[in-house]
Design a protein around this ligand. Structure first.
Ligand SMILES: [Zn+2]
Length: 637
């Protein structure tokens, strides 16, 4: 077995390195494309060249995307964005290259092994979905549509980002908010305090502000972000997508979009949404009744729960019923210990060692790099870039830096998060486990021969399942007690962890119903392209959500996932159903038992996209996945 080389990242002159690296990778793509176009007809050889082309293209995008999101130097980030766009343009060009398609379409799949045949079939499907086999007029229109969709989608997102609203409230409204919130919100000359609709303001304010009227004012602003600006933008986006799907012969966007997912068919989306809504109905009813009862203790005149009170009373009940004080919990989660604990736990689960690489030559001193090794063989390299800094990507995500190819390229991935350096919120510990689930998937599936299967190359509605499942380890005392200890070395008490978990699970029925409202909205808008979006939204909210509509608000105008997810917002819950079922195979009394963990590693993670996700899951579970575990989770509260 040859040990694959890690990328040699530079110590300085990132600009030059990026230019050289992107340039040579894109050149490689063009060279392989030319070779395929003029090449022979040996099926194996054609597929090999196609694999080299795909791998080079993917590498070019990966490097550019990482640097655009994490490099501390703005000039490098800008250059990386340009490199990313260049790679993306070439990808579009390749996808619409009729000559390439004709060569691949002429390959006799019968002479290939099963894996290679799958690569061929999936690649041809990608080509056809891009419209490569259509006549020139249709292809021209498809290209126009794709560009227009990107533009309009970006405008939709930009309108949301730019429309930051605010209210001014009496300083008394800040009673109940955390001290650091009050400190960062000084009283203005008018004697009032400004609170904005940005998440760092909005979330704590809606959770802790005891002034109901102030909450009502803020939620109304929040739910009207990007309205009315996004009303026509959304209508245009939906129309463009419908035309796009219909030009390719699909009934509408959901049918086109669902074809490459586990769910398979657009019409299966509303069936799934209804199934979850039904499964969650009893629990959601109990959740909302408890919230209303508690709300009426303070406001007897109120007859229903909506966005004004939802977060505030959920938090109140969690605190009152389960006595979880987040400042008490934080004491146990020191960042450095958590990071090491995560590596120790996942190292045991997946039978790997993480060897710190001191001279990985990365882009910032905060980054910790490790080789992932099993019995002397290096499987991949990971880079943990976990603290905030100016100009860095602001959320939590895994980025691939290099896709792995058996015997050729070492998989490398970067975890990009924004955690504090000292004590962490437990919610952030959960996020860290979640994102690490993507990272370990990328690395363990990095030994595939075909680029098409390497890493997190599975159906989009399965992608979250391994990460959602790994979150479970952050909710078990046996696991947490291996690393969570206060400054005097006392481990986190098991009883506290149990209360944390029960508090966290409060309200999941209502949560599931709200998620199904969003899922139904994303599907229905794309299927029907309704003239009156507001009316459609209100109808769907009444059918699915257990929380009421806040009058005169227009949530859809700021529902950013309509751009990124299209008609597929159901995916998060879809993969959660599977995550719960996967987890049911583990023994809760011994979450680190090696047998089941190794089986999961080998049958699900390591196989990447080489089989349909449903087949991988069935192979691991010994049966097709089912809803039982998810239903039991819903019914537990
Ligand atoms: Zn995720």
């Amino acid at each position: 077995m040859t040990n694959r080389e890690a990328l040699q990242l530079p110590d300085s002159d990132w600009h030059g390195w990026l230019r050289e690296r992107s340039g040579s990778l894109l050149e490689e793509v063009r060279r392989h494309a030319a070779a395929i176009r003029s090449g022979g007809t040996d099926p194996e050889a054609v597929l090999e060249m196609w694999n080299d082309l795909s791998s080079a293209l993917r590498s070019a995008s990966a490097i550019a995307s990482v640097l655009a999101n994490v490099h501390p130097d703005e000039a490098v980030r800008t250059a990386a964005e340009e490199a990313e766009q260049e790679a993306s343009r070439l990808e579009t060009e390749v996808g619409l290259d009729r000559e390439l398609y004709d060569v691949l379409a002429a390959v006799d799949g019968g002479r290939l092994d099963e894996d290679a045949r799958r690569v061929l079939e999936l690649s041809l499907r990608d080509f056809r979905r891009a419209g490569v086999d259509r006549d020139e007029q249709v292809r021209t229109r498809l290209r126009e549509l794709a560009e227009r969709e990107t533009d309009v989608g970006q405008r939709f997102a930009r309108n949301i980002r730019d429309d930051v609203r605010s209210i001014r409230v009496h300083p008394d409204a800040l009673a109940g908010l955390p001290e650091d919130f009050r400190e960062s919100h000084p009283v203005g000359e008018d004697g009032l305090v400004e609170v904005t609709t940005e998440y760092p303001d909005y979330v704590p304010f809606m959770t802790f502000c005891r002034d109901r009227q102030a909450r009502a004012r803020l939620v109304a602003e929040f739910l009207n972000r990007a309205y009315p600006a996004n009303e026509p933008v959304l209508a245009e986006l939906l129309e463009l997508r419908r035309e796009h799907a219909q030009l390719l012969g699909y009934h509408g966007w959901p049918a086109f979009d669902a074809e490459t997912k586990m769910i398979g068919k657009g019409a299966a989306i509303p069936e799934f949404v209804d199934r979850i809504a039904e499964a969650a109905a009893d629990r959601a009813g109990r959740d909302v009744a408890a919230l209303l009862e508690r709300l009426q203790q303070d406001h007897p005149e109120v007859t229903g729960v909506d966005g004004v009170d939802r977060a505030f009373y959920t938090e109140a009940l969690r605190r009152e019923r389960f006595e979880v004080d987040s400042s008490e919990v934080r004491r146990y989660f020191d960042f450095t210990a958590v990071r090491q604990g995560l590596l120790d736990i996942t190292g045991r689960l997946f039978d790997v060692e993480y060897l710190q690489v001191a001279d990985a030559g990365t882009w910032h001193a905060d980054v910790a790099s490790y080789d992932v090794v099993r019995r002397g063989e290096r499987l991949g390299r990971i880079h943990l870039d976990l603290h905030p800094r100016t100009g860095k990507y602001g959320h939590a995500a895994m980025f691939e830096l290099a896709p792995g190819i058996a015997g050729r390229r070492l998989p490398e991935g970067v975890l990009v998060c924004n955690f504090s350096r000292g004590l962490m919120e437990h919610a952030h510990v959960v996020t860290l486990f979640h994102e690490f689930g993507h990272l370990v998937h990328h690395v363990l599936a990095g030994g595939q021969r075909w680029s098409r299967f390497s890493g997190v190359a599975t159906e989009w509605d399965f992608v979250e399942a391994p990460s959602q499942m790994l979150e479970e380890w952050a909710w078990h005392a046996d696991v947490l007690q291996t690393f969570a200890a206060d400054s005097e070395g006392r481990s986190i008490p098991a009883a506290l962890v149990e209360r944390m978990r029960r508090a966290n699970e409060f309200g999941v029925g209502a949560y599931a119903r709200t998620q199904m409202f969003y899922a139904a909205l994303s599907y229905t808008l794309h299927r029907d392209v309704p003239g009156d979006i507001a009316a459609t939204m209100r109808e769907l909210q009444a059918s699915y959500d257990v929380f009421g509509y806040v009058p005169d608000t227009h949530f859809y105008a700021s529902f950013g996932h309509l751009n990124g997810y299209g008609s597929g917002y159901y995916t998060y819950m879809w993969s959660l159903v599977i995550a719960k079922d996967l987890f049911s195979a583990f023994d809760p009394a011994d979450l680190l038992a090696p047998g089941v963990a190794h089986r999961y590693r080998d049958r699900v993670l390591a196989r990447g996209g080489s089989r349909d996700a449903g087949d991988l899951v069935a192979d691991f579970l010994g049966r097709p996945y089912e809803f039982g575990a998810f239903q039991r989770w819903l019914d537990r509260g």
